[in-house]
Ligand binder design. Structure first.
Ligand SMILES: [Zn+2]
Length: 280
């Protein structure tokens, strides 16, 4: 009992000390603080944590369907819980209206394939992005909507082909961007490695490249961008070609990569700045 008493007394002291900072002016804050301390969690963490922003994960497919989609949704939802953003997932293209999209800071195309939006839904997506929206494309987001030129520019490049799943080396080109700053400069991992119809360099800011000497079946040559970002049309776009396999979504470093991508396009300052512009 003495231990419990000391814990309670200690907690009370801590609450009073924190309250002096003005946090307890609102009674709800005081209650959250007390409940948090009793449960042993640091104040403000994991208890009624307010979401900083909303993310809509869209994974509709009309072509190839990746088994990893549910794993991707679960990973993004977990990242949202851990880092304070709300994640909704859907395969219903009817959600692409001005009113619905306005609720989200980021729209994620998670391994989408084929033609997935009608003309009105495409127009809503364009308006959403041009009014300051964020877009994240994962893996076969580049194998999507080949006949929609605006989308082609948004995602950066269209998928062309891929060899069998194998291990390869990714070189981080920009170690300061939120999606690459925690990654090893030479990142060795297993995935399905995409070749693209065109090299997006010049139109986008390349964050990472694939070393074709480290696997077989690369067709882009010595410059093979594999993740990139861009600020266009008033919005922010980020794309990674990685994320074919189910295992990818359990990799701490790949999750870090995705988290940074989402966080970067959710913010007005995305960190998507070419190295040559950093010193300005
Ligand atoms: Zn794939």
């Amino acid at each position: 009992m003495t231990g419990v008493f000391h814990f309670m007394a200690g907690s009370l002291g801590l609450i009073l000390a924190i309250c002096k900072l003005g946090i307890c002016r609102h009674p709800v804050n005081a209650w959250l603080l007390i409940v948090g301390l009793i449960l042993g969690a640091p104040p403000g963490l994991g208890i009624a944590a307010e979401s900083r922003f909303g993310v809509l994960v869209f994974s509709k497919t009309t072509g190839f369907r990746h088994d990893s989609i549910p794993h991707g949704i679960a990973a993004l939802a977990a990242l949202g819980t851990e880092h304070g953003f709300a994640v909704d997932s859907t395969e219903d293209a009817a959600r692409f209206t001005d009113a619905t999209l306005a609720r989200y800071r980021v729209v994620v195309f998670l391994s989408t394939t084929g033609d997935i939006l009608d003309a009105g839904q495409k127009a809503a997506m364009e308006r959403y992005f041009k009014s300051g929206g964020g877009f994240v494309g994962i893996h076969s987001a580049s194998d999507t909507e080949y006949q929609w030129p605006w989308y082609g520019r948004l995602v950066g490049a269209y998928f062309a082909s891929h060899p069998a799943i194998q291990r390869a080396t990714v070189h981080i080109a920009d170690a300061k961007h939120p999606s690459t700053k925690g990654l090893p400069e030479t990142w060795v991992r297993t995935d399905e490695w995409y070749n693209f119809r065109s090299n997006p360099r010049g139109a986008v800011h390349v964050l990472a490249t694939l070393d074709e000497a480290t696997y077989s079946g690369g067709a882009m040559g010595t410059d093979h961008p594999i993740a990139w970002c861009q600020e266009i049309d008033g919005g922010r776009s980020w794309y990674t070609a990685m994320g074919h396999t189910t295992e990818s979504y359990a990799e701490p470093l790949f999750r870090l990569h995705l988290l940074g991508g989402i966080e970067s396009v959710a913010n007005a300052t995305s960190g998507c700045i070419a190295d040559s512009e950093r010193s300005r």
